[in-house]
Write a protein that binds this ligand. Sequence first.
Ligand code: GDP
Ligand code: IMO
Ligand code: MG
Length: 420
Amino acid sequence: MVDVILGLQWGDEGKGKIVDFFAKDYDVIARFQGGPNAGHTLYVGDKKVVLHQIPSGIFHEDKTNLIGNGVVLDAVTLKRECDSVASFGVDYKKNLYVSERTHLILPTHRALDKASELSKGNDKIGSTLKGIGPAYMDKTGRNGLRVGDLLDKSFTTQYIKLRMKHQRLLDNYGFQEDISAWEEEFFDALEFLRSLKIVNGEYFINEKIGNGQRILAEGAQGSMLDVDFGTFPFVTSSNTVTAGVCSGLGIAPQKIKEVIGITKAYCTRVGSGPFPTELVDETGDFLRNAGNEFGSTTGRPRRCGWIDGVALQFACMINGVTQLVMTKADILDGLSELKVCHGYKINGEEKNFVPFQMNKVDIEPQYKTFEGWKTDITAVKDYNSMPAAMNTYIDYLDNLIKVPVKYISNGPGREQIISV
Ligand code: GDP
Ligand code: IMO
Ligand code: MG
């Protein structure tokens, strides 16, 4: 049996914390897409950890963690991260597995990402520059190198061939930077990667499903960054939605049961692209400061705005979300008034769908206004003790999105979560 946890907005919904919270109920936690563009934060006691490549179940001693074939893997980041989790006493040699079909991010992918973004000028995507786009392009272009290739003696020859191809592209861009230092640490990290447990991910996971084990698939990025259904071209290069679980782990659709969708109580986006409910005023500044909305991977300030019910309904439809988790509800504690977007006015007409090219139409969000609760909720332990104004806000969202909010997260700590 497989459950999925994924983000419904533009990323950073709090997936790391929520996966870490739910991990106790599962045997295997598996990442199915994305790469080190992800930054998933969780707390081990009072220590903050940000995971980029390793699944967020790694701090549970007896759980298996799998990096699936749908992921693009940066060995350098992985090595650094393994050192970091080991400093907390985690035995990653025992608990971490990597699928042999997982594609590798090469130093030249990072260089190509940078060169491509520079060439776009004002139209840049705002990529994390981790090489994600170029690595997925080599996957679909049938050129990429995979983790399993590391065990083949022709690996270096294959690498040199691909590197030469990349160099020609970099020359075309006029890219001048010397990447030999990146290559040195890359080869060093490949040795490390070879020492990990490399498995045939699809047999590995299906055998466990067959034995009645419980699998939790952990999404990265968010549904509005999906390469097919997000705000293209301002998206990432993978399928971040539930469908990505099937292709990114080798799991059949009927094995998937619960799809747990995470939304913040408001909304953020980092990087370029449309964001209809964005607030470029002091309420936006308040959300950024109170919510510490600065990228976990790049440190960039996140754009902030009201929760977008139209985009959420769309994301729930595409993903088949069965329950919602609302994070960062505590950040709204300081506001006397809250808004929920329930429609988009486009050319004077109210619509309830996400248009083909959000960035090319003028969207006027339609809001319903709510009274804030103006109470510190960070220590609340049960839903009945939540302020009445919050119940009103949650009830409205339940009705609008038509998927129940089952959990409310009221702080970054593992225990700061309330069942509704
Ligand atoms: P992810 O990429 O979806 O895992 O999210 P990030 O880790 O990039 O960003 C979420 C941030 O919000 C992290 O700093 C978390 O520690 C923090 N966080 C998660 N849930 C809550 C919450 O309910 N309240 C508060 N105040 N912070 C939270
Ligand atoms: P988590 O898993 C927020 C954004 C980038 C950029 C666009 C493309 O932590 O939620 P890419 O590096 O994939 O080429 O960038 O997607 N982006 C994210 N935004 N959270 C993420 O991951 C993101 N991963 C990519 O800012 O706009
Ligand atoms: Mg993040």
